[in-house]
Design a protein around this ligand. Structure first.
Ligand code: ADP
Ligand code: MG
Length: 290
């Protein structure tokens, strides 16, 4: 496209809340054949709320919540914020957790009341030697909920389930992308069952679950290597490697700083439909020079 067309396209984008951070993105966007979309905070609103608190036999709910809240107090993860808020609303006074470490895509470990304490995905709890109730977990996950487990010392304390909702324009945007001939793929660090339910709700047939941040980038590279022009749309720290690997990357405006700084295109209106606007602008910009 000519410099003038690029300038006009960028200006129209700005007015529509689409920030093109480089001219290349404006030219490349219309070539997309595959769009990879993150789940939590991108396809969903990223505002999970606690739906179920299930303490283990002989454990009080307050004790489960206070250990959970202690571990999550310093985390910016959407699940962490929901857990801390919920515990606060129940009047729980959480102790101070020490040496808290986050393990991306897994959970957190820290010292609470002099014991090592764990909070995270069922797999993460399993890896750390805690028993779990598989049927209970799968039933909750079948409802599209994310389940985290909590353990302290040798003791399993119980589960907390959280639910998040699709963004209001998720279904219509996926439909329009498919109609435009673009393959939509959902990627998530969340578990298989929750991923399946959310993908189904959004009208997405292709999804990959339990993917760690580097795995998201590998997936982008794999599609690229098989001849696709790959777009990546994400919001989180865990999406940054994949955004960097994509041919054209999109970040949600309210996403993590690193996601916005890495992406070629920022959706300032924090909606998914912005991707469709970006594609139309890209097409219009190129049409002007033909
Ligand atoms: P997504 O790819 O969908 O944005 P993440 O990679 O951030 O999800 O997280 C994947 C999973 O790791 C979560 O579903 C949860 O089970 C676990 N997890 C990671 N960090 C935390 C945390 N701070 N609190 C609770 N669970 C966590
Ligand atoms: Mg996310």
């Amino acid at each position: 496209a000519t410099p003038t067309a690029i300038m006009v396209g960028t200006g129209l984008g700005a007015r529509a809340g689409i920030l093109f951070r480089n001219a290349d993105a404006l030219e490349q966007a219309q070539k997309l054949t595959t769009l990879i979309v993150d789940k939590t905070g991108t396809l969903t609103q990223g505002k999970p709320t606690v739906s179920d608190v299930i303490s283990a036999a002989g454990v009080r709910q307050e004790d489960l919540l206070s250990v959970a809240s202690a571990l999550e107090a310093g985390s910016e993860h959407p699940l962490a914020r929901a857990i801390v808020e919920y515990a606060d609303s129940k009047g729980i006074k959480a102790p101070l957790a020490k040496s808290v470490n986050a393990i991306p895509g897994m959970g957190v470990i820290g010292q609470v009341d002099g014991f090592s304490a764990y909070l995270g995905s069922p797999n993460f709890l399993k890896k750390n030697g805690f028993i779990e109730n598989d049927t209970l977990i799968s039933n909750l996950e079948e409802e599209g909920k994310t389940v985290v487990g909590v353990g302290k010392g040798e003791q399993f304390l119980g589960f907390i389930a959280l639910s998040d909702h699709l963004r209001p324009d998720a279904v219509s945007t996926v439909k329009a992308l498919k109609k435009a001939g673009i393959t939509v793929v959902m990627l998530t660090g969340d578990n298989e069952r929750t991923a399946r339910v959310v993908a189904q709700q959004a009208g997405i047939e292709n999804y990959m679950a339990a993917v760690l941040p580097e795995g998201k980038a590998d997936a982008v590279k794999k599609f690229h290597a098989s001849g696709h022009c790959v777009g990546m749309l994400g919001d989180g720290i865990n999406d940054a490697p994949a955004l960097a690997a994509a041919d054209v990357s999109f970040a949600i405006g309210t996403g993590a700083d690193i996601a916005r700084d890495t992406a070629d295109i920022v959706l300032m209106r924090n909606n998914l439909a912005g991707v469709l606007d970006a594609l139309s602008l890209s097409q219009a910009t190129l049409a002007k020079v033909r």
